[in-house]
Design a protein around this ligand. Structure first.
Ligand code: ZN
Length: 183
């Protein structure tokens, strides 16, 4: 079991497109195991490899009773219907915004053993997948806000960074303090 430090906004790798994995190896499976440990410790509902400083197209997720890892994910179908829903991010502790996302997507990729995956995701799971796949493209949820809200979010983030308390990571917070759904 390994809990890895989660990179926060401002770390360059969060803005870089991640590389394709191809055939997952033992090393990738170890990374996936560490991603699960780190996500569950935070706790969060999704975590992408760039958030722990690894520029590979891998993410893990856990929503209600289901969980999984997706390697080299591609969105192959997307609903035209978008819905607003509250999102936080393990890499942007303290900020929560209503973010528009497609209400249903179909994702193809591989599991940790290289077996093909095709997942039809709707509602909150679709939101988590879109958030995580954005991480693999160097996109953060604040980029999906209106220009005014994005500017407000960046100002709030700068204020948090400069405050005497600084940014408090999600990891180790009490459940009373942590919002429900950082992804
Ligand atoms: Zn995130």
């Amino acid at each position: 079991m390994a809990i890895l430090p989660i990179k926060i906004m401002g770390t360059p790798i969060l803005r870089e497109p991640a590389q394709e994995v191809g055939e997952p190896t033992h090393g990738h499976r170890k990374l996936i195991s560490d991603l699960f440990d780190t996500m569950r410790d935070a706790p969060g509902l999704g975590l992408a490899a760039p958030q722990v400083g690894v520029g590979l197209r891998i993410f893990v997720w856990e929503v209600e009773e289901a969980h999984g890892a997706v390697v080299d994910p591609v969105i192959v179908e997307r609903s035209d219907v978008t819905v607003d829903g509250e999102e936080g991010c393990l890499s942007i502790p303290g900020l929560l915004y209503e973010v528009p996302r497609s209400d249903r997507i179909v994702v193809e990729g591989k599991d940790e053993n290289g077996r093909p995956l095709r997942i039809d995701a709707s509602d909150f799971l679709a939101r988590v997948f879109q958030h995580e796949i954005d991480h693999l493209d160097g996109v953060l949820f604040i980029d999906r806000l209106s220009p005014d809200l994005r500017e407000e979010a960046i100002t709030r983030w700068r204020d948090l960074l400069l405050s005497p308390e600084g940014v408090t990571p999600y990891s180790g917070r009490t459940s009373e303090v942590a919002p429900e759904a950082p992804i």
